[in-house]
Design a protein around this ligand. Structure first.
Ligand SMILES: Nc1ncnc2c1ncn2[C@@H]1O[C@H](COP(=O)(O)OP(=O)(O)O)[C@@H](O)[C@H]1O
Ligand code: SF4
Ligand SMILES: [Mg+2]
Length: 335
């Protein structure tokens, strides 16, 4: 069922703000985030660990931890409907069916004591009201689609009988079971062996094209979005600070933080023996955020203005490149 106009973005997030309670106070995990995603397109969300990527995904789906507060101006329009404030029962019809999710650890979405084929079949029966036999047939077809050999036999195995890579393929099969319009993949390969990572990412990309799904690919590793996403949003401490077509971002990133993240891309040749490179210094305290730019304490270009006033996210060219920085890197020079 499509409620929205085909010309409208499938997903439009405006000023989304989510506050999470902790014993130290409220964490502004998602702070006035806006983004758009067209049908069939892929958006990468990149940022350091703890910057709010997972909470952004959960805020979009209305699945935040208990006690979280979503501010009243937040709007999440999905296929013509605002998901913010939607009744739980109505949301349940959308999540898992129209919007599906793949997590870093496949075991979070798999039931350890149920055969994998049955787990997929149950999703199909629940959402699509199919009978047992049809659901089983579709489950096996899905296992085959995600590249699991001998799908018929594998369907009768339990998650612990499968390797990490196969388990993630099963999780992808569950996510695809109802042909969602949007797939959110949250660090889908971070927990996997390095040799399996690229195959899973390529699988997601080809399925996404084949099914014309929109996809949000969340990662801390710029290497993951390269060549696999149409647009990329870069996050620091709950906010988007740079947003551009992925090719433009790789050619001419303008935000110092983006460059620092890019420099931290783990090189395949280095892994797995070298430690993951991270940006020097600590990200800001999410309970007590600084007044100005949230990267200022670690930025080599920081000036007094950066510490005194928050730079707003502004469009800098006709191609939709957006940036929140007082002293951006020079265009084309990356200096
Ligand atoms: N259940 C929770 N309750 C309160 N705060 C949380 C919870 N989960 C995460 N946070 C905080 O929210 C912020 C964003 O976390 P998260 O979205 O998980 O980051 P990322 O996915 O980018 O690593 C972090 O500061 C984290 O400490
Ligand atoms: S606003 Fe200032 S501190 Fe922040 S990234 Fe830009 S130059 Fe660096
Ligand atoms: Mg996360």
């Amino acid at each position: 069922m499509t409620n929205g106009n085909e010309m409208q973005p499938l997903l439009e997030v405006k000023d989304l703000q989510a506050l999470l309670p902790t014993h130290r106070g409220l964490v502004k995990a998602v702070d006035r985030v806006s983004l758009r995603l067209q049908r069939g397109k892929t958006l990468g969300i990149v940022g350091e660990s703890g910057c709010g990527k997972s909470m952004l995904a959960r805020a979009i789906m209305g699945l935040l931890p208990t006690g979280s507060i979503v501010s009243s101006q937040s709007i999440v329009t999905f296929d013509g409907r605002n998901l913010v404030g939607m009744k739980k029962a109505q949301l349940r019809q959308i999540i898992g069916r129209e919007i599906a999710m793949v997590f870093q650890d496949p075991m979070t979405s798999l039931n350890p004591v149920m055969k994998v084929g049955r787990q997929i079949a149950e999703v199909i029966s629940y959402h699509l009201k199919e009978g047992k036999r049809t659901a089983r047939k579709r489950a096996v077809a899905l296992l085959d689609l995600v590249g699991i050999p001998m799908a018929d036999q594998r369907a009768d195995q339990y998650p612990h009988q499968l390797s990490g890579g196969l388990r993630q393929r099963v999780a992808i099969a569950i996510a695809l079971a109802c042909e969602p319009k949007l797939l959110i993949a949250d660090e889908p390969t971070t927990a996997l062996d390095v040799t399996v990572q690229a195959t899973i990412l390529d699988l997601l990309a080809s399925l996404q094209q084949e099914k014309r799904m929109a996809m949000i690919l969340i990662t801390h590793d710029f290497g993951v979005v390269a060549g696999r996403t149409d647009e990329t949003a870069v996050m620091v401490a709950g906010q988007i600070v740079e947003y551009a077509a992925t090719g433009d971002l790789f050619r001419q990133m303008r935000m110092p933080y983006t460059r620092a993240l890019m420099a931290a891309i783990p090189r395949l040749a280095n892994r797995p023996h070298t430690k993951l490179r991270t940006i020097n210094g600590q990200p800001p305290d999410m309970v007590d955020l600084p007044l100005g730019c949230r990267f200022a304490s670690r930025c080599w270009k920081a000036q007094p203005l950066c510490r005194g006033k928050e730079p707003a996210l502004k469009r800098i060219n006709g191609r939709g490149h957006k940036l929140a920085c007082w002293y951006p890197l020079e265009s084309g020079k990356n200096a």
